[in-house]
Design a protein around this ligand. Sequence first.
Ligand SMILES: [Zn+2]
Length: 262
Amino acid sequence: MPKHLTTLAGESVAFTGRAWRPRFELQRIVRRTGGTTTPRGDVTADTTVLVRGACATWKYGDYGRKERRAASLVRRGHSVAVVHDFEFRRLLEERRPARVCDRIAGQPVQWLVGATTRQFQKVAAIGGPLDREHSAIGRVEQGFLRHRLFGEVEEASCSLCGRRLPISLLVAAHIKPRSECSRRERLDAEHVVFSLCLLGCDALYERGLVGVRPGGEICLSEAHDSSILRRLLRSYQRRKCSAWKDATAEYFGWHLMRRFQG
Ligand SMILES: [Zn+2]
């Protein structure tokens, strides 16, 4: 995905939200400068650029249906550059490059694009912890792992709390901490990660406040006095972790022995 949009020649441009000029005027300019548009500014399989204006009532918090459709196209291998309207204006009126957003529908573009097995293997060779979202190599690894874990679905379940959520709120989290994994384990994309939500489970597991016993039963730490935390942890009582199985048991076992604060 290019970082900048420098010309509209050959681009198929869609619009979402309200821009600084009426949509029909912008569409006319796009067509005059060599691009194409669709009647209502819709995102289609041919769309290559989505111009994002403002909207007080986005369907999904800070983006709408069209951007969600763009995200799904990108996940399936299309190239769609999302550009803010003020950047697009720079291109149209000042002929300066418009910066392409590095997130689509709430997720880093690299999480959506995914990575090839080769790219993944290269990154998995690097030891230590990796920031999944804010480091370039971390995004490559996460991109690959999430494609394996979530495929093309829009929603999936957290393996600990069981809540069904948009995948932008889920991560492919290492069952055994990445920094403790051998190279072989980091490459074990099929088993070394599980789906965790960013609404608490990721942090609680990473900090060792919840663990998973052999068989999948979730166990809760009593290491802290905080009554709020205790109440929160109680919501996991008697739950089972859906990702526990023979092939992942060893990774959960490591976490339980060495990270879980019993
Ligand atoms: Zn959760």
